[in-house]
Design a protein around this ligand. Structure first.
Ligand code: BGC
Ligand code: NOJ
Length: 805
C-alpha cells in the first residue's frame, strides 16, 4: 500500500494523505541553518547545532506523534483549520505534501480556500522562508484571517527541556512592525536572537504562548485563532512564541502570497544594542528585506534548484528501471548530503541533544558524499583526523561546534582508526588530491603534537596491528562496528552505558570483523604509502595484510562461515558451537569484500550461509539465532528483544557489504536482490509494513524474529545511505574511481540489459553505455581498452565509454 508517489521529473515525493504510518519528514537547509519538517507541518529549526542553537521547540515522542511545528492557521468565518492538516486536523477537500530537495510544499484546501506553503532555507541564508499562497478557488468573495505560529526554544535544547526552574522565567521578546524578535538571554551572554517576520501589514501579533493558545488548549485550538483575533501580548518569563495575524480579503479566483521569514541573527559583541535595552535589529531588517517580494523568493528557489542540478550531475544513470534510477539519481545522493550535514544529530529518531559526530560514522559517510562536495569532504577529513590520539586510537565522537573529541564517550573502539584509511582513500580516489596526505594535522587537537595526514593513517594501521590478542586477531576494545557487541563490559547495573563501561580489564577479546576491515583497507594504505614514497612501509603493510588474512582463515573460520569474535574468556562468538548467535553478518560481508577466502572457497561458503540462514523477505538480519536472554559476556546486543536492532534486526548498513561481497564472486542477481530488499523505492509498495519514508533508507528493519517483521525504524541519518550508494553505483553498476583511473566493471542482474551512466570525475565527463551481448570488453572513444581501468582524462574532456558484458 502506498501513501503517495514519486514525481521523478520534479525530484519530489508526493504524499497524498496526512495519515501516513509515521510522520514522513524532509530537511530544509544546506549549509548552516537547518529545519526538519514533516508532511503535516511538524518539526523545528536550528542554526548549526541542534542542541546549542535551537530556534524552535519540539517535543519528541509525544502523544499524539509529531506535535509542534511552524504552523499556519486559517479562520474562515469561524471555521478554523490548518492547511497542513495538523494540528487542527479538520477534514480537507484536498491535501498534498511534496518533499523535494531541500524544500517542502504543502497544500491544503477547504471550503474553496487553498493554501499552498513552500518551506525552504535559501542558499547562504540563516533563515527559513515560508511562502504562503492563499487562493480563493470559489465564486464568492472570501474574508478570512491567517495566523502564523512558531514556538521559540531557549537555544539550548537540553536545558529547555529539563531546567524549568530557570527557563520558565527567561523569555523575552520585542516587536517592530511585522517582525517578532525572540531575545531570551540576549541581555546576558548571547549575541544572537531569532526573528520571525512577514512581508505584509499585520492585524495583530502574539509573543506569549498562554495568551495565544490558552493554558488549557492545545495546538489544535489556540484561543486567539478560534476568536479570530491576536492579543498583541508581550511575553514575560513564560513561553515565548511568534504569531502574526493577517486579514485576507480575496475576490473569486484571487490569490495572495505572503512571505514569512524565520531566521537566526548574530551581532558583533560591540554592536549588540541599538539603544539601551533595545537589540540591534539592523541585520534582521536586511534579512527580511532580502525576501520581501515574490520575485526574490522565486529567484532563491531557482538558485537552490540549480545547486541540486549541479550536485546531482556527478552521477546519473538511466537503467530502464525507474526504481533504480530514482534512488541513484536523486534520493540516495540527497540522503548522503543530509547525513553529511547532520551526522547522527537531528532526525525524528535522534533528538538533536545527544550524539556528536562519530569517528567511524563520519568516515563512512564520506564514501557517499565525497563526489558531491569534495572540498567539504577534505575539511571533514582533517577535522576527524585531528581527534585521533598519538597512539593511533581515536575519540569515538567529537562535537561539531567545537570540533573537539568528546571526553564522556572517550576512546577504545578498536575499529575506529581504520575507518580513517577507508575515508581518506575514497577522497583521494575521487579527487586525485594526493597533497592531502602531506597536510599537517594535530593529534588530539594539540597544536604542539602533529604529523602529516599520512602519519595519522600509519598510526591507524599500526594500532590495529599492535593491539592483537592470543589468536593474532585485533583486540575488539569496547566494541567494533557493532556498538552492541560489548565483550569487556559485563554490566549488571541498570542504566550503565554499554559503550563506555568496561568492568573487566586485561581482556583479550578479539574481533574477526576488525581483521576483515584491516585486510580490506590494506591495499589502499599500501597505495597511499607508495604515493608518499614510503616503499618499505608499503611492502610491510602488504605482508601484514597477507598474514592477517591467513590468521582469519586459521582462527577466524568456523567451518561454514567466518567467526565473529573471541570473547573475554577466549570462547568463540558467532560459531556453530553456541546455542544462540551462531552466525553474524558483519565478518561475512567484510572478509569477502577484503578478498579473504576468495581463492580457497571460504568466501563462497560464507555467503551461501548468509543466503541460507540470515536472509529474509525484508533483508539480511544481523545474526541467527537471535538472543533470547541477556548474556553478561556479550553486552547490549542481547538486551534487545529478538529481531530488533543489533539482536537480529536487519541493519541496513551492513546489507550492502554482503551485496558488494556477492559482486566479488560475480553473483550479480544476488547482489541486486539484496540491495532491492532494503532500497526504499522498492519498498514503497509495502509502506504500510515498512512505515517510514519510502524515499530514504532506514537504519533498521525488524528482523524475522520480531512480531513486526519488515517494520523500519530510524530513517535518514544512517551510514546505510553511504554504503548503499557505494554498493549500487560502484559495485553493481560498477563505476568506481580508483587511484589510477576509473574502473568500469558492471556486475548487472539479468534484468538489466542496456544502460547509460554519466559520471563526472576529476573534472572530466564519462559517458558510459553498457550493453549486454556480444564479445565482452570496454571501448574508450572507439578504441579497445585492455582490462577495465580507464586512465583519468584531462579535466574538461568528455570521454565515450562503451562496455559490453
Ligand atoms: C544502539 C546502536 C548505537 C549505540 C550507540 C545502541 O543503543 O543499538 O545502534 O550505535 O547505541 O549510540
Ligand atoms: C549506529 C552507530 O552510529 C554506528 O556507529 C554503529 O556502527 C551501528 N549503530 C551498529 O552498532
Amino acid at each position: 500500500m502506498r501513501f503517495g508517489h514519486f514525481d521523478d521529473e520534479a525530484r519530489e515525493y508526493v504524499i497524498t494523505t496526512p495519515r501516513t504510518p509515521y510522520p514522513w519528514i524532509n530537511y530544509l537547509g544546506t549549509e548552516e541553518f537547518f529545519g526538519l519538517i514533516s508532511h503535516t507541518g511538524g518539526g523545528y529549526s536550528f542554526y548549526k547545532d541542534a542542541r546549542m542553537r535551537r530556534l524552535t521547540r519540539y517535543r519528541y515522542n509525544n502523544v499524539p506523534i509529531d506535535v509542534g511545528g511552524r504552523y499556519y492557521y486559517v479562520n474562515d468565518g469561524g471555521d478554523v483549520w490548518t492547511p497542513t492538516w495538523s494540528p487542527v486536523k479538520a477534514d480537507l477537500d484536498h491535501f498534498e505534501t511534496r518533499h523535494g530537495l531541500s524544500y517542502t510544499v504543502s497544500t491544503g484546501e477547504r471550503n474553496n480556500v487553498r493554501v499552498e506553503t513552500t518551506y525552504f532555507v535559501p542558499l547562504a541564508t540563516n533563515a527559513e522562508v515560508h511562502r504562503v499562497r492563499v487562493t480563493n478557488t470559489g465564486d464568492s468573495p472570501k474574508s478570512l484571517q491567517l495566523f502564523s505560529f512558531a514556538e521559540f526554544n531557549l537555544w539550548n535544547a537540553f536545558d529547555d527541556q529539563t531546567n524549568y526552574q530557570r527557563t520558565l522565567s527567561l523569555a523575552e521578546a520585542e516587536v517592530e512592525g511585522s517582525a517578532i524578535y525572540h531575545t531570551s538571554e540576549y541581555r546576558e551572554r548571547r549575541n544572537h536572537y531569532a526573528v520571525y517576520g512577514v512581508n505584509a501589514a499585520i492585524a495583530g501579533f502574539d509573543t506569549d504562548r498562554d495568551s495565544f493558545i490558552g493554558l488549557h488548549n492545545g495546538f489544535d485550538a489556540p484561543e486567539a485563532v478560534v476568536d479570530g483575533a491576536c492579543r498583541n501580548s508581550m511575553v514575560s518569563g513564560w513561553g515565548a512564541i511568534g504569531a502574526h495575524q493577517i486579514d485576507v480579503e480575496l475576490a473569486p479566483g484571487e490569490q495572495r502570497d505572503l512571505v514569512f521569514v524565520l531566521g537566526y541573527v548574530e551581532n558583533p559583541q560591540d554592536e549588540k544594542w541599538e539603544a539601551p535595552g533595545v537589540v540591534n535589529k539592523e541585520p534582521a531588517r536586511e534579512l527580511l528585506a532580502r525576501f520581501s517580494t515574490g520575485e526574490q523568493v522565486e529567484a532563491a528557489l531557482a538558485e537552490m534548484r540549480e545547486y541540486w542540478d549541479g550536485m546531482l550531475s556527478a552521477y546519473t544513470v538511466s537503467s530502464g528501471d525507474e526504481k533504480v534510477d530514482r534512488m541513484v539519481n536523486i534520493w540516495n545522493q540527497y540522503q548522503c548530503m543530509v547525513t553529511f550535514n547532520l551526522s547522527r544529530s537531528a532526525s525524528y529518531f535522534e533528538s538533536g541533544i545527544g550524539r556528536g559526530m562519530g569517528f567511524r560514522d563520519s568516515n563512512q559517510d564520506l564514501l557517499g558524499f565525497v563526489h558531491l562536495v569534495p572540498a567539504r569532504a577534505r575539511e571533514r577529513i582533517l577535522d576527524i583526523a585531528a581527534t585521533q590520539f598519538p597512539d593511533g586510537s581515536a575519540y569515538h565522537q567529537y562535537q561539531p561546534l567545537t570540533k573537539r573529541g568528546n571526553h564522556d564517550v572517550g576512546t577504545g573502539f578498536n575499529d575506529d582508526p581504520l575507518w580513517l584509511i577507508e575515508g581518506v582513500a575514497a577522497y583521494i580516489k575521487e579527487t586525485g588530491d594526493e597533497a592531502i596526505l602531506r597536510e599537517d594535522v594535530p593529534f588530539d587537537n594539540d597544536p604542539d603534537d602533529s604529523g602529516t595526514l599520512f602519519e595519522h593513517l600509519r598510526r591507524s594501521f599500526h594500532h590495529a596491528l599492535h593491539n592483537r590478542g592470543p589468536h593474532g586477531l585485533p583486540l575488539i576494545g569496547r566494541a567494533d562496528w557493532n556498538d552492541c557487541l560489548n565483550l569487556n563490559c559485563f554490566s549488571e547495573t541498570p542504566g550503565e552505558s554499554f559503550q563506555t563501561t568496561e568492568n573487566r580489564t586485561g581482556g583479550t577479546a578479539e574481533s574477526v570483523f576488525i581483521a576483515g576491515l584491516f585486510v580490506h583497507c590494506a591495499p589502499d594504505y599500501v597505495a597511499m604509502a607508495e604515493l608518499m614514497g614510503e616503499q618499505a612501509e608499503a611492502d610491510g603493510a602488504r605482508a601484514a595484510a597477507a598474514e592477517m588474512s591467513a590468521v582469519v582463515l586459521e582462527h577466524g573460520w568456523d567451518g561454514d562461515w567466518f567467526l565473529r569474535a573471541y570473547d573475554f574468556f577466549g570462547e568463540k562468538v558467532g560459531s556453530a558451537e553456541r546455542d544462540e548467535g551462531q552466525l553474524f553478518i558483519e565478518p561475512q560481508g567484510y572478509c569477502v569484500m577484503a578478498g579473504i577466502g576468495l581463492e580457497t572457497g571460504e568466501a563462497r561458503r560464507a555467503l551461501d550461509s548468509v543466503a541460507e540462514i540470515l536472509n529474509s523477505d525484508h533483508g539480511i538480519v544481523v545474526l541467527q539465532p537471535a538472543f533470547t536472554r541477556y548474556y553478561l559476556e556479550l553486552g547490549e546486543i542481547s538486551t534487545y528483544p529478538p529481531g530488533y536492532k543489533e539482536n537480529a534486526g536487519i541493519f541496513c548498513h551492513n546489507n550492502p557489504w554482503v551485496a558488494i561481497a556477492e559482486t566479488r564472486l560475480g553473483r550479480a542477481d544476488r547482489a541486486f536482490e539484496y540491495w532491492k530488499k532494503i532500497a526504499p523505492s522498492f519498498r514503497e509498495e509495502i509502506s504500510e509494513v515498512h512505515r517510514l519514508e519510502p524515499y530514504v533508507y532506514a537504519q533498521m528493519i525488524a528482523g524475522k524474529d520480531a512480531p513486526r517483521h519488515g517494520e523500519a525504524k530510524n530513517s535518514w541519518l544512517t551510514g546505510t545511505a553511504a554504503w548503499n550508494f557505494v554498493a549500487i553505483t560502484q559495485h553493481i553498476l560498477g563505476i568506481r574511481p580508483e587511484f589510477d583511473g576509473l574502473r568500469v566493471d558492471p556486475c548487472l542482474p539479468e534484468s538489466m540489459t542496456n544502460l547509460t551512466i554519466n559520471r563526472r570525475c576529476r573534472g572530466a565527463e564519462y559517458q558510459i553505455t553498457v550493453t549486454r551481448g556480444g564479445s565482452p570488453g570496454v571501448q574508450v572513444d572507439g578504441a579497445a581498452l585492455e582490462g577495465t581501468l580507464i586512465p583519468y582524462a584531462t579535466p574538461g574532456e568528455s570521454v565515450d565509454v562503451a562496455v559490453t558484458i
